[in-house]
Design a protein around this ligand. Structure first.
Ligand code: UDP
Length: 398
């Protein structure tokens, strides 16, 4: 019996109406592994292993628990979010194309390897599993690359999200937690930046996220889709237990680069400009611990599950540190000297970005636990020294 025959049989059974319960689920699952529908006299459909659903690691969910689709769950913030959701016993499915994220970061729930821009894959996914909400972390995040390759950014960050929203609408999934960014504000008009601050992005990355925020607002009015947009300031740090951490390829963010310089993995940290209008001339940013960010996502999800409204929140500490202050703190935490090389400014860097987190505190009850700079750097240092190596050595689904 060849795969073409199996596929035709599955499609035929589905077509004549066996559309309920396990039969449908099993057939859809089988078809997902077999690939697209064979047509006419075309040669047998190739085996398209688009869906890789490995045995979940430490799955804690039970059938009555909510099931969340985590898009980008293999990435930095998404993988930490999986841990938070697993602690609550939620059912989890990660969709990730593993371009930026890594397989071994998905330690809870099922991993489906694929692109959120793949409409057929989304269709099969939503047909097979009913989701209570979607958390969408997957996006391209480099400002410089967005200026050089704007179409890629609008495609990945905007167009793919439109496809996702269409599928969510068709399947009646009407709760979304969306990863947005401080880059939607552009140059600050005042500090700290609250939710009423004008949104005038200054690069395609910021525009792409701002556009999605607008789309979500329109979808709320038209379809009742409830979305919480979380605008991250500077996400940093690592899982306090050392199980997860930052793994960008290539790494462009300050704190992991500073710690790589401390560990000797790179000769020095490059400071992008020391002639800004700040006390020590280097840029000031508002660093927030990744696990605190995940707690905000958790609270946002709870608000949606309880029937709460759409809302955008700015997530930061309300306190900024300069690049030099970050380096000095890292030297204290690691006990190692860090060599520095100063070069001209990086294009598109505002001198200061500081969030006003009061709305999230008041409405979601969000309070950060690990975001003071020494603690945040301590966790990131632990990851740099031990966690990264242990995670790589760990079998993907042990
Ligand atoms: N930065 C730096 N050297 C680096 C990376 C970053 O001086 O190798 C500076 C960057 O110019 C910015 C701050 O550190 O002022 C934070 O940059 P990051 O890329 O971590 O986050 P962003 O603020 O761009 O989201």
């Amino acid at each position: 019996m060849n795969h073409r025959f199996i596929a035709e049989t599955c499609y035929a059974v589905l077509a004549i109406g066996h559309k309920r319960g396990q039969t449908r689920s099993l057939l859809t699952s089988a078809l997902a592994h077999i690939g697209p529908r064979p047509t006419g006299s075309a040669p047998p459909a190739p085996l398209v292993w688009r869906l890789k659903v490995p045995t979940p690691v430490r799955r804690k969910s039970c059938s009555n628990s909510p099931h969340i689709l985590v898009i980008g769950g293999a990435g930095y913030i998404g993988s930490h979010m999986l841990k938070r959701l697993a602690q609550a016993g939620y059912g989890l499915t990660t969709l990730d194309k593993l371009s930026g994220g890594v397989h071994h970061a998905v330690r809870w729930g099922a991993l489906i390897e694929g692109d959120v821009g793949d409409a057929g894959l989304l269709e099969r996914l939503f047909a097979e599993q009913s989701f209570d909400a979607v958390m969408h972390f997957a996006s391209s995040i480099e400002v410089g690359a967005s200026i050089a390759q704007p179409l890629d950014y609008y495609q990945n960050n905007l167009a793919h999200t439109l496809g996702l929203l269409q599928t969510m609408r068709r399947y009646g999934v009407h709760r979304l937690v969306f990863s947005s960014t401080a880059a939607t504000f552009g140059e600050p008009q005042y500090l700290p930046i609250d939710e009423a601050h004008p949104q005038r992005p200054i690069n395609p990355y910021g525009h792409s996220k701002r556009m999605v925020e607008q789309v979500l607002s329109d979808c709320d009015c038209a379809y009742g889709l409830r979305a919480v947009c979380l605008r991250y300031f500077n996400a940093a740090g690592a899982d306090p237990d050392g199980e997860l951490g930052e793994n960008h390829q290539p790494e462009t963010h300050l704190i992991p680069l500073v710690l790589q310089a401390a560990s000797g993995r790179r000769p020095h940290i490059t400071i992008f400009g020391d002639d800004y209008d700040t006390p020590d001339g280097t840029c000031i940013r508002d660093y927030v611990h990744v696990s605190d960010l995940c707690e905000a996502h958790w609270l946002a999800l709870q608000s949606l599950m309880a029937g709460g409204p759409s809302q955008a929140y700015n997530l930061g500490q309300g306190q900024g540190y300069s690049v030099r202050e970050v380096i000095a703190t890292a030297e204290r935490v690691t006990g190692r000297p860090i060599r520095v090389a100063t070069v001209p400014r990086r294009p598109g860097d505002p001198a200061r970005l500081i969030a006003d987190p009061r709305l999230a505190q008041q409405r979601l009850g969000w309070h950060s636990r690990w975001s003071d700079l020494p603690t945040l750097i301590k966790h990131a240092w632990h990851w740099e020294q031990k966690g990264r190596i242990a995670a790589r050595a760990r079998l993907p689904h042990d």
